[in-house]
Ligand binder design. Sequence first.
Ligand code: IPM
Ligand code: MG
Length: 363
Amino acid sequence: MTTYKIALIPGDGIGKEVIPAGRQVLESLSAADPEISFSFESFPWGGDYYRAHGAMMPADGLEALRGKDAILFGSAGDPDIPDHITLWGLRLKICQGLDQYANVRPTRILPGIDAPLKRCRPEDLNWVIVRENSEGEYSGAGGRVHQGLPMEAATDLSMMTRAGVERIQRYAFGLAQSRPRKHLTVVTKSNAQRHAMVMWDEVAREVAQEFPEVTWDKEMVDAATARMVNHPATLDTIVATNLHADILSDLAAALAGSLGIGPTANINPERATPSMFEPIHGSAFDIMGKGIANPIGTFWTAVMLLEHLGEIEAARRVMAAIERVTANPALHTRDLGGTATTAQVTAAVCAQVASTRSCLTPA
Ligand code: IPM
Ligand code: MG
């Protein structure tokens, strides 16, 4: 039996509701499968911690995470604390500190979900966006001068290193190769951004040589948004810079029916540090504390966590449970047009996890 050490960081807003729900699903998995167990440790970091301690997480927080097999993260964001403090003080601190340089965002239209594109069949939209997660527009380089004076100036410098671009391109080509379509779209903006994005394109051409089985194309980021809407079936694996992929992944999630469903993995492919798994939706203060947050994003995130741990059958089992539940409109939360609560959806997925084993193990 394997016991995985999982750090839970609920964070802020609905993170505090969906992460306990995710834990319940993982517990129902280990109750049903004697081969897998989890040892959870919860870290109360985020906005409340900031109010008490003046920091989103303790100075030695990263050290506490290093010994874990994976991290399940809710969200960071607080109405009373500036967004750049909550982001840089917690999520980016962990992603950059643990060098989780590949942010992976799969998107599919799950059964039962009414997606907005009327001409798009569910099989037409099956994408994985690979987001550069350590530098680029989120490098943090830049500054403000003459603050408060009429001549005030500010810069946010997008920093791209050849090593950073190479490793994310290599990861994306490798991921594309592992998927049936073996196709990668490299998103760029090298027509207007004439230094770093030109290097980005050059590196893509070089790395492509290592992956002769993968076909690839290049798309400007603005044209990529139109292609996602008009020709979704022409896309499969997509790699983009930190900011470009941030924007494209929200569009992808909306096209798949709801931001409440999408999962994310912040991966350190070398496994030198634990990777971190989080729903895409954020803290959603407008609905926090009401018990109506959609936990499906966290459950799909837990599937990615299990895949990363190499627990492929368990991952399939949880995904099958999720899809049975989304197929039933009576179990849709408000973001999907339904009235189900977080607790009802969680109980339904746990029940499916407990009963699906026989469907997955061939006779
Ligand atoms: C995401 C989010 C974050 C980001 C926000 C909360 C800063 O939008 O994970 O996509 O931009 O990285
Ligand atoms: Mg985003």
